[in-house]
Design a protein around this ligand. Structure first.
Ligand code: PMP
Length: 418
């Protein structure tokens, strides 16, 4: 019997639909190695990852300082007994308290963005004794039951209903709609300071501040989900700093693991998690934390990730490289308005709105042929994301822009007939 190929095995043992999608896109070789902003497939082809590993790779793949820290930690302790305390999570929590805005201070560690949001939702209920949540259309907070319940796309929700019952969804960026939805029964309002999967939507100035005021007026908790927008990508450590607004709970994941480890965190103000004093084990997780736990390997790596972000001025780099990329993309948009209708975002969190249905897929496929990995958005099929590693060299961005121009020209030939 001939050996099956990796694509057949992917279809047979993991997910047939995904295997079909790779086949359709013409992906014939798996990735086997990566470095900085570049991924290499088994045939030795180099790709520039403008999707940054779905937003994880703010530091790029295998940043040397972060790899060194992981290796050193592996020689000491990776996972704890959980009977004695460990130091690395404490050091990380202290750093997070220092870099997050306002009074945010207490960290609960976990393994993913969805879990960080689960913690925030549960904490908001425990703090307020209320059940209702308010979220927004197009929101993406993860695919566990709670996080899914407050997400904004029915496609991912319908097969799993009933979800959390008391969820009100309002249009994103509309402070009046938010005001109308929040009353004294609301435990929390959950918002992405820039919607990622919704299509890289930057809210109008004043929206986050209005959300803060509305929550305060009703005793509701404000949760900012910075799982995608956090960690320097937008030009601030956290996107909510643009409006100088601090939430009661801030969730972070993706880039926190420095491109090496899965980790998430829910950072809370002392007031928002006062109940931990009496109930220290109310919300815990074996690999994540709570109750003094936390994984030494993941949290040591995350400490290094934060230090690298500071030492290498990721915020400054995101601003200058983001401006360069956005300028280039806007000039392509002016040349091919039938392909790209808008370029928006902050820093190196940019979205390309394509001019009509179907164009995004074609553009992605043309880019793939030119060895550029772009990313769609899960809740808005017309938008492609550019969220590359912050360490991406300027010359690589120039090359990407040349490739996008060529790809757009190719798509323009057929876009008019769609
Ligand atoms: N929140 C936001 C804003 C996200 O973008 C994502 C993932 N794209 C999540 C939560 C969920 O994170 P995870 O996939 O790690 O559960």
């Amino acid at each position: 019997m001939p050996e099956s190929t990796w694509l057949e095995d992917l279809g047979r043992y993991i997910n047939p639909g995904i295997a079909r999608a790779y086949s359709f896109l013409g992906v014939l070789s798996p990735e086997v190695r990566a470095e900085g902003a570049f991924v290499y497939d088994a045939a030795g082809e180099r790709y520039t990852d403008m999707g940054g590993g779905y937003g994880v790779m703010v530091h790029g793949y295998l940043h040397p300082r972060i790899v060194a820290r992981a290796k050193a930690q592996l020689d000491k302790i990776a996972l704890p007994s959980r009977s004695l305390p460990v130091l690395e999570p404490i050091a990380l929590a202290r750093r997070l308290a220092e870099i997050t805005p306002g009074a945010l201070q207490y960290s609960f560690f976990c393994n993913s963005g969805a879990e960080a949001n689960e913690a925030a939702l549960k904490f908001a209920r425990a703090r307020t004794g209320r059940a209702t949540f308010v979220s927004t259309h197009g929101a993406f907070h993860g695919k566990t039951f709670g996080a899914l319940s407050v997400s904004g796309r029915d496609l991912y929700k319908d097969p799993f209903r009933p979800l959390l019952a008391d969820v009100r969804l309002v249009p994103y960026g509309d402070a009046d709609a938010l005001r109308a939805a929040v009353d004294d029964t609301v435990a929390g309002v959950i918002l992405e300071p820039i919607q990622g999967e919704g299509g890289v939507i930057v809210p109008p100035d004043g929206y986050l501040r209005a959300a803060r005021e509305i929550c305060d007026a009703h005793g509701a908790m404000l949760i900012f989900d910075e799982v995608q927008s956090g960690m320097g990508r937008t030009g601030h450590y956290f996107a909510c700093e643009y409006e100088n607004v601090a939430p009661d709970f801030l969730t972070v994941s993706k880039a926190l693991g420095g491109g090496i480890m899965p980790i998430g965190a829910c950072v809370s103000t002392p007031d928002a998690v006062g109940f931990l004093d009496e109930m220290p084990l109310i919300h815990t997780s074996t690999f994540g934390g709570g109750g003094g736990g936390g994984a030494p390997l993941a949290t040591a790596v995350a400490c290094e990730a934060i230090d690298v972000m500071r030492d290498e001025d990721f915020c400054g780099q995101a601003v200058s490289k983001g401006a360069f990329l956005a300028d280039g993309l806007r000039s392509i948009q002016r040349e091919f308005p039938e392909v790209i209708s808008e370029v928006r975002g902050r820093g190196l969190m940019l979205g390309l709105e394509t001019a009509r249905e179907g164009v995004g897929g074609m553009l992605m496929s043309e880019l793939l042929h030119r060895r550029v990995l772009a990313l769609w958005t899960l809740n808005n099929e017309r938008v492609l994301r550019m969220i590359p590693p912050i360490v991406i060299p300027l010359e690589a961005l120039e090359e990407v822009l040349r490739n996008i121009r060529e790809a757009a020209a190719e798509v323009a030939l057929v876009a008019a007939d769609l």
